[in-house]
Design a protein around this ligand. Structure first.
Ligand code: MRU
Length: 347
């Protein structure tokens, strides 16, 4: 795949593959300012929890460079960091990445701006690198859960495009394939932004992995007809009790999987687990512009003056999740206890 998140140390710009136009066009969006970064996050030039985190870390470097031209760069920078962190509310990786950059600044609080920039550039690259490594580890652990010949349903895009590379849910599929298993994928189309139809299908087809796209509302029928062996999805935020926010529609897929005795796995790096969010009810759910639902492109689908719901995420209760695949292994129920245990060792 083309490089989809590229930062130039020379020009201090972030070049993003513009996911709004895939799969028809491979266009790039160049971020030179904090406004550009926030726009790229909000209109979903770049999307997917880990990819948002990596972009935000590079965004912090752009913000720092911008703050240098103001009377008090420290005050300006603090505001700009908050501006980036608030670009989207649900995916915790965004706040997680900004928190990590802030921590480094706090640990070196007397540092000159140019030295902080050097530290941050290194840190942002590290976040990017670690994400790929973590995805590969998840691919290994998750790949072991899938059997040769299985068809995996996934919802949204939790692939290379949604991360620094390789993917979380799609990383698990890649991991199984690297373990010489023959795996087929069903990508739910994922209304309204069509991450499944446009992005998951795009990257799997490019990599020669067999993929079919199904309407979101075909899920029950496909499972009833035994055309799905397991579900693997990504996550935007996992609460301390294992409740998991992911793209709208995921909760329904999990309920239907339970009804049909089909395992339902979540694949996410530990940076997506937020132990400060106690349960699913505490996860903020983003609502997005109604035009994403009422239109396809510029073409209106529904009558004028009719309201729409556009919740971007829903929360799957932990009890419906067979396992959470992380870079540290597979977490199982009781999630509350096992997540607490994982984070105890991380400190
Ligand atoms: O609105 P999006 O496209 O950013 O939502 C993305 C998802 O819900 C993904 O499934 C999730 O971030 C996992 S990405 C590895």
């Amino acid at each position: 795949m083309v490089e989809h998140i590229y930062f130039s140390d020379d020009t201090l710009t972030l070049t993003l593959l513009d996911q709004r136009f895939l799969p028809v066009q491979e266009d790039f969006f160049v971020c030179q300012t904090t406004d550009d970064i926030v726009k790229a996050l909000q209109v979903m030039v770049v999307r997917g929890a880990p990819a948002i985190g990596v972009s935000a870390a590079f965004g912090a470097c752009i913000a720092l460079n911008e703050a240098l031209n103001t009377p008090d760069w420290r005050v300006t920078l603090a505001h700009l960091l908050e501006y980036i962190a608030n670009a989207r509310p649900t995916a915790v990786n965004l706040r997680w990445a900004i928190k990590r950059m802030r921590k480094l600044w706090l640990e070196n609080n007397t540092i000159e701006a140019k030295d902080l920039l050097a530290l941050w550039l290194k840190e942002a690259r590290l976040i990017q690198q670690e994400d790929i490594e973590n995805n590969r580890k998840m691919g290994f652990f998750g790949g072991e859960l899938l059997q040769d010949g299985w068809t995996i349903m996934t919802h949204c895009n939790a692939g290379a495009l949604a991360t620094a590379g390789y993917g979380t849910a799609l990383g698990v599929i890649r991991g199984a394939i690297e373990q010489n298993k023959h795996i087929k994928v069903i990508a739910n189309e994922t209304r309204p932004f069509l991450q499944g139809a446009r992005l998951t299908a795009y990257e799997l087809a490019k990599d020669g992995i067999e993929v079919s796209v199904a309407c979101d509302n075909a899920c029950a029928l496909l499972m009833q007809r035994k055309l799905v062996d397991a579900v693997v999805v990504g996550a935007d935020r996992i609460a301390a009790n294992g409740d998991t926010a992911n793209k709208i529609g995921t909760y329904g897929v999990a309920i239907i999987a339970k009804e049909h005795g089909i395992p339902f796995y979540v694949a996410a790096p530990s940076s997506t687990i937020d132990i400060e969010t106690l349960c699913g009810e505490d996860i903020p759910i983003e609502t997005r512009p109604s035009k994403e639902v009422s239109h396809i492109g510029e073409h209106r689908l529904i009558p004028y003056n009719v309201k729409v719901f556009n919740f971007a995420f829903d929360v799957t209760p932990a009890k419906l999740i067979t396992g959470i695949i992380t870079e540290n292994g597979v977490l199982r129920n009781p999630y509350q206890k096992n997540i607490a245990e994982l984070f105890k060792h991380k400190k």
